[in-house]
Design a protein around this ligand. Structure first.
Ligand code: G1P
Length: 301
């Protein structure tokens, strides 16, 4: 079995669900506590053993490339001021020279098209795909858990979670088949099914391990839901030729492409931090009782 060494991060999305915050700043650079969203996703990949980070970018996303570059003056200043722990944190996130690649999607034709744009950089080997809207909270991370299943099964592995049945039209949904070890076989896959048409409530949460044969399928693919070239449609075709497993991820997932998910992520990650838990937890209790009062007033009005 070929080891998964490379990860693809499609970061070309416009972030329209998050305007006006994302008018000039890429959504992947919005901070959750004190790190940009993209750091959490890259860290998850690194923890899973990924050695090469491939970013599929677009116009106005140059700052993501700068973020993963060495900033000589900043590093020198931090060193002179004795801020070694801050410098250490920055250097730990820094891909080594040649470990990060950037390519542009050029046209917003959909997730399937964005993934296809990485074909030359991935080459003929399995790869991890992490959608940067979603950040995960678990130890070990979602991708590390998936690699554990992949090492037993090979083939293709997608992470799934259960959503409220009223929300299935927002996601890619898989049908549940026979259980296999830590996961289950997939019977079908539908991108954003119409209400009442979903095969289950297991949604694709934005973490995938895919074989390189997906690229030739995506190259010729017709547009699907939302008039976009959909990755889910391509995976459905690949499933006819190769094994596909679902890994039910039990950690927390936050959709940082939406303001609600982003706020929840900020709270959840801040409350994990020793240096913030007490203060934020205390304030939160007060804010919650105030909010409960507002809701009561509203329901009486
Ligand atoms: C994409 C995928 C979808 C998946 C979702 C997870 O949709 O196409 O299958 O469930 O990410 O966030 P998007 O959120 O880009 O519409």
């Amino acid at each position: 079995m070929t080891r998964v060494r490379k990860a693809v991060f499609p970061v070309a999305g416009l972030g329209t669900r998050f305007l006006p915050a994302t008018k000039a700043i890429p959504k992947e650079m919005l901070p959750v506590v004190d790190r940009p969203v993209i750091d959490y996703v890259v860290e998850e990949a690194r923890e899973a053993g990924i050695e090469h980070f491939i970013f599929v970018t677009g116009r106005n996303k140059g700052v993501i490339e700068d973020h993963f570059d060495v900033q000589v003056e900043l590093y020198d200043t931090l060193a002179q001021r004795g801020k070694d722990h801050v410098l250490g944190d920055l250097q730990r996130m820094q891909p080594a020279p040649g470990q990060a690649s950037f390519t542009r999607q050029q046209k917003p034709l959909g997730l399937g098209h964005a993934v296809w744009c990485a074909r030359e950089l991935v080459g003929n080997e399995p790869f991890a795909l992490l959608l940067p809207d979603m950040i995960m909270q678990s130890d070990p991370g979602c991708m590390a858990q998936m690699i554990g299943l992949y090492e037993k099964t090979g083939g293709n592995v997608v992470a799934v979670q259960e959503c409220d049945p009223s929300e299935t039209h927002k996601y890619g949904i898989v049908g549940r088949g026979r259980a296999t070890g830590d996961g289950f076989e997939i019977t079908e896959m539908v991108e954003k099914p119409a209400k009442g048409k979903a095969p289950s409530n297991f949604y694709l949460n934005g973490r995938y391990i895919l074989q390189p044969e997906i690229f030739s399928i995506l190259a010729n693919q017709a547009r699907g839901a939302g008039n976009e070239i959909q990755l889910t449609d391509g995976m459905l075709k690949l499933k006819d030729k190769q094994d596909f497993f679902a890994y039910p991820y039990s950690g927390r997932a936050f959709d940082c492409g939406s303001p609600e998910g982003f706020v929840e992520a900020n709270l959840a990650f801040a409350l994990q931090r020793e240096d913030m838990r007490e203060r934020i937890g205390g304030n939160l209790a007060g804010l919650l009782s105030e909010a409960a009062g507002l809701s009561r007033k509203r329901s009486r009005a």
